[in-house]
Design a protein around this ligand. Structure first.
Ligand code: 4NP
Length: 162
């Protein structure tokens, strides 16, 4: 999960996906990072912490970090919040395989629309909307990959929404 500062949007995305991973018993790992380095080492923005808490998710274990080229090898999927993040991530890619891992997260919720998750940093009201968008996108990511993962893990756990 990648945004600009790794303090507003991507920490919410990480927290939401972590909850889904736990709920579905998936053998997945999720992490988040920013394309920029301004907030490295910081807690998520207090408004992201409050919004996540409102929906029952604690993200205070997270600390901001900057995306590194190595992340494009470590992860199977690298989800950008907006088109600027998308372009900045692609700049780190050196192989076709790495490039193909990078996608706009909202294309899982609204395929082909290239919709951005709006940056709520300057907008106190934007955090709940961002949470809702990310919840839906993460739900679709799980929906898209759950069965593949289930086959690999050979489990029989049903996929249920929450
Ligand atoms: P994020 O939001 O990319 O969702 O973490 C931002 C956080 C910090 C800044 C911009 C966006 N900033 O300019 O410091």
């Amino acid at each position: 999960m990648v945004c600009l500062g790794n303090i507003c949007r991507s920490p919410l995305a990480e927290g939401i996906m972590q909850r889904k991973i736990s709920e579905h018993g998936l053998d997945w790992q999720v992490d988040s990072a920013g394309t920029g380095a301004w907030h490295v080492g910081e807690l998520p923005d207090r408004r992201s912490i409050a919004t996540a808490r409102q929906f029952g998710i604690d993200i205070t274990n997270q600390r901001a970090r900057q995306l590194k080229p190595h992340d494009l090898d470590r992860f199977d999927l690298v989800l950008a919040m907006d088109s600027q993040n998308y372009r900045d991530i692609l700049r780190l890619a050196t192989t076709k395989e790495q490039e193909e891992k990078v996608q706009l997260i909202m294309n899982f919720a609204s395929p082909g629309r290239n919709q951005a998750v709006p940056d709520p940093y300057w907008d106190d009201e934007g955090f709940e909307k961002v949470f809702g968008m990310l919840e839906e996108a993460c739900r679709q990511v799980v929906e898209r990959f759950f069965r593949t993962s289930q086959t690999i893990l050979n489990t029989s756990q049903p996929l249920c929404d929450s």
